[in-house]
Design a protein around this ligand. Structure first.
Ligand SMILES: NC(=O)c1ccc[n+]([C@@H]2O[C@H](COP(=O)([O-])OP(=O)(O)OC[C@H]3O[C@@H](n4cnc5c(N)ncnc54)[C@H](OP(=O)(O)O)[C@@H]3O)[C@@H](O)[C@H]2O)c1
Length: 341
């Protein structure tokens, strides 16, 4: 396993992380969850990703905390996040100082740890959940204060736009506060714009890392949905029924997966491995967060590194031709922003 510095930060995380979103608590099988965490850890994964609402409020944190208690704390980089509503009250979501402080205390209790390594603002636009958009200075100060208190070591953002991260950095510069060190966006063969057209350049400019989620686009990029929705799969699970109606499961995307699978076979790997190796190829990507519900899936996905060196310019061009969704077709060097700091 390779370990990468997070942007300019000195702490390193493994190039693969393991995430608890729909993989652990939702399935209620503690022995399986233990086996998944053990497989990840033994493969060298040190970063375990969580959020206050994964698996139903607090459930994934409690399960992962219980399992990881058996591991050496200094071997682990534990994350959690706040933002989404955790209750019906007017202050039960968003990025107020009140909610950020209350949630971090709850997450510490749930995971049974004294500190969280990276604590994320899970979104920016609170209006999407009926909360008010943040007073950014209030939110930035809250994260920075939690670092001073030793409750968290670093903070990061998830699904923020480059300009919002730049604004947060500018506030930190002005007031001498701790800056966010990492952004966590969606990134996979079907969702490229945020990373490639928006975040990459700013990550280099400001020195933050990028850790990406859903490398398999909910499993679509494994090929498992090519002939319909298997019963024991994420998109076949009535508890997450909204995902089935997500715009990604289209005949056009399935056709792309079929064609990409032929390239994967040629390279001696699986479709899942090709998709993960592809997500890993950018130098700005610090870590790709893997989701897996079965040990066999995780073992397969971890072997994606073997395909990485086979992604020659020629192979990448063939993949590009199939995807047809390059947001920066001209670009080796992305366009410079028209503003400075
Ligand atoms: N910050 C955010 O807003 C955000 C959002 C989403 C996720 N995340 C993070 O990113 C992590 C990964 O995201 P994700 O779980 O959505 O990743 P994903 O790669 O899109 O999907 C993973 C799912 O695909 C299926 N799968 C994985 N490997 C497979 C294989 N080799 N063969 C067949 N099926 C396979 C499994 O589901 P089934 O077996 O159930 O089909 C697995 O749970 C999450 O756990 C979370 O930590 C963050």
């Amino acid at each position: 396993m390779k370990y990468n510095r997070i942007g300019n930060c000195t702490m390193k995380i493994s190039e693969f992380s393991y995430g608890a979103y729909l993989s652990l608590a939702n399935y209620g099988d503690e022995d399986n969850a233990r086996a998944l965490v053990r497989t990840a850890y033994e493969a060298g994964i040190n970063c375990f990703d969580n959020a206050d609402e994964y698996g139903g409020v607090g459930n994934a944190e409690r399960l992962m905390g219980k399992i990881l208690k058996d591991y050496k704390r200094s071997d682990l980089v534990l994350t959690s996040k706040c933002f989404w509503d955790t209750g019906p009250g007017p202050n039960d979501g968003g990025l107020s100082r009140k909610h950020i402080f209350e949630q971090v205390h709850q997450s510490l209790r749930n995971m049974q740890v004294d500190y969280i390594d990276i604590y994320y603002a899970h979104r920016y636009e609170a209006a999407v959940i009926g909360q008010t958009d943040p007073n950014l200075e209030e939110a930035v100060r809250a994260f920075s204060d939690l670092i001073h208190q030793g409750k968290i070591l670093y903070w990061g953002t998830s699904c923020w736009k480059a300009a919002q991260i730049a604004h947060a950095h500018a506030i930190c510069e002005k007031w001498g506060l701790y800056k966010p060190i990492i952004e966590q966006p969606q990134y996979n063969m079907l969702h490229r714009f945020d990373v490639e057209a928006d975040l990459r350049l700013m990550a280099r400019r400001l020195g933050f890392g990028i850790t990406t989620w859903s490398p398999l686009c909910n499993g679509i990029l494994t090929g498992k949905y090519n002939d319909g929705i298997p019963k024991d799969s994420r998109l076949g699970d009535p508890r997450v029924a909204w995902l089935k109606y997500d715009a990604d499961l289209t005949p056009q995307n399935i056709e792309k997966v079929r064609r990409l699978s032929a390239i994967a076979r040629e390279l001696g790997g699986s479709m899942a491995q090709l998709a993960i190796a592809w997500a890993l190829r950018l130098p700005e990507v610090t870590s790709v967060i893997l989701g897996a519900t079965k040990v066999s899936q995780l073992q397969e996905n971890l072997k994606a590194v073997e395909l990485r060196d086979k992604l020659t310019p020629d192979v990448l061009a063939r993949i590009e031709e199939i995807l047809g969704n390059n947001p920066c077709p001209e670009e080796e060097a992305p366009v410079k922003p028209s503003f400075d700091f």
